[in-house]
Design a protein around this ligand. Structure first.
Ligand code: CP3
Length: 372
């Protein structure tokens, strides 16, 4: 077993009793924890101002800037967690892969990965070791953040291998990830090798954030919903497991122990996908502390399907952020009420904050959740 350092915010007690960490361990804290995917970003005028003249990936790799962007929504909205400002392609970039983020589009790769030869070359030229050597800006950003966050936990994250491969094979964003979904059948060995490589990089990225001070980590498999249950189980699940294995062994000594015995608790983990309720049973097998649910099925139904065994995160419909204050309040209450069926609940959106969102509406959601 691998133990987080004594000065880690979970070990020294700063975040171990926070509502987020309590909920991730399956307890119902006094206050319902709430945070938003993409809370740091274009919905905030202070973000747009800071980002002027700096590309997305350069901003992610500048520790002062990335830490400041991460803090902005925490100060403004009073959310119960900070989400590390970075991107799922950062580990690939740090391993030397030629990628950029095109505004309004997403990640674009100079050399799409289509054949067994492409995969072999990728593995040879961009090994995980290269990422390990390049993790310094990530560690520095996390260290700056935990010095400022006090009792608010920092959530680290990585992209799941399938979602990364969906971009790598297509060369950029695509509607249905058809080329990626084909490669797993036309060349299952090359596909397996590609996912194993991506899994290792995402694992190194997660582990680095965890050791540096993240109090939980989330695996984003945003595009897994395009897969059939059979394809997910046969060609994808093992690679997500592989990434999570990088942090599975990480434990901390519970500082709330009774002084006679010590209790060791695992670093909490979250799995998130979109449009993927047909895969819920598969995600459950990954054994994360919590499962993120998008807005398409109610939380009580999701919990029922999981045997009421798992903390759920979600699942406000982002569209309601644009509705009347009354409609939004009704929706927030309904999501919280349905979430009571699960052992514990972390309020979040079903997917990221849309850039057009009025930030005052997000602050209002936090206030409603904390007051209800
Ligand atoms: O609050 C947070 O969640 C911030 C951290 C974060 C970002 N990206 C910042 C970002 C996280 C967790 C991500 C993950 C990510 N990146 C995912 C998985 C989550 C999801 O949304 O499904 C995916 C699929 C990506 C790939 C990606 N990066 C896309 C599709 C885009 C949008 C491109 C655009 O301009 O519309 C990005 C860029 C990106 N990542 C932005 C931010 C704040 C926008 C950059 C900008 O401000 O120009």
């Amino acid at each position: 077993m691998n133990t987080l350092s004594a000065s880690h915010p979970l070990s020294d007690g700063r975040t171990s009793t926070s509502p987020l960490v309590q909920a991730l361990h399956g307890f119902r804290p006094d206050r319902l924890p709430v945070w938003f995917m993409r809370q740091a970003g274009r919905s905030l005028p202070e973000y747009r101002k800071l980002r002027e003249g700096t590309s997305m990936l350069d901003a992610c790799l500048d520790p002062q800037l990335a830490a400041e962007i991460t803090m902005q929504p925490v100060r403004r909205h009073g959310v119960d967690a900070a989400i590390f400002f970075s991107d799922i392609v950062i580990p690939l970039k740090l391993a030397g892969v030629d990628v950029e983020i095109v505004p309004g589009r997403g990640p674009v790769f100079a050399n799409p990965i289509r054949t067994a030869r492409d995969v072999a070359q990728l593995r040879e030229e961009h090994p995980a070791e290269r990422l390990r050597q390049a993790m310094t800006p990530i560690r520095e950003t996390v260290q700056l953040l935990i010095a400022e966050l006090e009792s608010t936990p920092l959530i680290g994250f990585a992209g799941a291998p399938f979602t990364l491969a969906a971009y790598l094979v297509e060369g950029g964003p695509s509607r249905d990830h058809l080329q990626a979904r084909s490669l797993m059948h036309t060349d299952p060995i090359a596909w397996r090798d590609l996912l194993a490589w991506a899994a290792e990089l995402s694992g190194v990225f997660l582990e680095g954030q965890a050791h540096a001070g993240a109090s939980a980590v989330q695996l984003f498999d945003s595009w897994a919903g395009s897969l059939s249950v059979q394809d997910y189980a046969a060609h994808v699940a093992a690679s997500s497991m592989h990434t999570l294995e990088a942090v599975r062994e990480l434990h901390y000594v519970d500082p709330q122990g009774d002084g006679y015995s010590t209790r060791s608790l695992p670093l909490p983990t979250v799995h998130f996908a979109v449009g993927a309720d047909h895969l819920l049973h598969e995600f459950a097998k990954l054994e994360t502390s919590a499962i993120g649910i998008d807005w398409r099925i109610p939380l009580d139904e999701a919990s029922r399907r999981l045997g009421d065994t798992r903390t759920l995160q979600g699942n406000l419909n982002p569209a309601l952020l644009f509705a009347s204050p009354e409609a939004l309040e009704f929706h927030v209450r309904e999501v919280i009420d349905r979430g009571r069926r699960a052992p514990a609940h972390i309020l979040n959106l079903g997917h990221g904050v849309p850039p057009e969102t009025d930030p005052a509406v997000l602050t209002r959601v936090v206030e409603l959740a904390h007051a209800y």
